[in-house]
Write a protein that binds this ligand. Sequence first.
Ligand code: PSU
Ligand code: MN
Length: 302
Amino acid sequence: MNKYLSINEEVKKALSEGKPIVALESTIISHGMPYPENVKTALECQRIIRENGAVPATIAIIKGMLKVGLTDEEIDYLGKSGVNVQKTSTRDIPYIVSQKLDGATTVSATSFIASLAGIKIFATGGIGGVHRGAQETFDISADLDELSKTKMAVVCAGAKSILDLGLTLEYLETKAVDVIGYNTDILPAFYTSKSDFKVNHRLNTPTEIANLIKAKWEMGMPGGVLITNPIPTEYEMDKETIDKAINEALAEMDKLGIKGNKTTPYLLAKIKEITKGDSLESNIKLVYNNCKLASQIAKDLY
Ligand code: PSU
Ligand code: MN
């Protein structure tokens, strides 16, 4: 066993018995949502995964240990600490580990740690991508490169238009990461079920998705697969309202000069403020929907 890795008993047992496991990230807890909704959502995600026949493995770094499966107390601690816990992307892992610090892991760092533990699939809300204006700033999330290197199937609700969706798709093609639409031809845009872009391939059942993932890995291809799952239409936001909120938030961010890894958390909080909490409600519902789909796919992966 990797001396940096600490896997809880439930996940260890599931790994040894070949039971389906679904990983969950922790930046969504500390930086993605306010307290106490963040903690409530994280616990409910675990419940939904169990209800759908899989074992949840929420991932973070605690006192320098790569933790696979957190206690409720650890989840509460990350939720309460919020942005005071270091947002940890893959590049930050060696620093956090060697300094024995706590880190909330992003999609990239969570994928890396989950795959060390032998987990194959991971549910989240939204992944990072190519930011608008990346031609100037080079701001491209490490989530995309991690997907090209690490064997992890990531279930998300597409990408928000705080990102440049067209460039995000191009980047993923360059990196040989397939973008699957679950029951849709259109790339979902997180708060809304549709965008102006198409996914690469549409698949209509969890089993077909699992078969694609298995085919990729059984052929020895490196990297993961991105599964985009549209927010259920009853929970989606009005396109005009959310576009306006996103543009307002982006303009405010430019004015304040916010850059780098503070961008995504700032925009999420600002959009929530502008929409008076509606965006948070949609965000929570789409995460639950992704936990369910990831569990269904997981059952065919193991
Ligand atoms: N999108 C969300 N909620 C989140 C994130 C993205 O709707 O919490 C987090 C995820 O952890 C993701 C990270 O991996 O932000 C991407 O950050 P960056 O853009 O700095 O790479
Ligand atoms: Mn970035």
